[in-house]
Unconditional design. Sequence first.
Length: 228
Amino acid sequence: MVESPVRKNPPPLELNDVTFSYGNRPVLDCLDLVAENGEHQLLIGPSGSGKSTLINLICGFLTPDRGTIRIAGEPISEGSETERDAIRRAHISVVFQSLRLVSALSIADNLALAARLARKPVARADIHALLDELDIGSLGAMKPSELSQGEAQRAAIARALIVRPNLLIADEPTSALDDKNAEIVASLLLDQADRHGTTLLLATHDARLRSAFDTVVDLNSLPRTVTA
């Protein structure tokens, strides 16, 4: 394996020669993948193609059998769980398919909690400004159960962005949506990533989103090296 040279401004995400198997079943083989600063990539493939595995590897929840994964130049595929957790907190946010908003807290408090857990101080004014940006500024005092599906999705995006991540990962954000709302959510994620200078990796089986992204990584026909 040839290690990538250290760069002065490393990309938010870099995988070098990553291989991973569950027992004797290979899932990823010799994968090289780079997502540059401000780039937006669509990671597409059917269920079982390795999307969730790849997200867990990128977040440091799994360790590759071989290869290195770097987040903003830091090797999240190595080191202790404490070191991996520090890299996640500093650089990564995830919009989960199930949203995972804390039901007992208001939307504004959900964002404040995310900032606290990431150890990134955020003023209440910044929270309300971001909610305004996502057209849910009037809903900050409401609980998740009081929101529509679309409003809750915007709240989850706001929660992910409030910590100012280098890398924003969205896991199947449109799988349960009709065509119109799928387009709205994809446009919202792309627009917010652009506004905040965040690299976006959207993992999905939803082929409707292909046309919205300049870079599409198809796990069904993945070449040895993918870079944009």
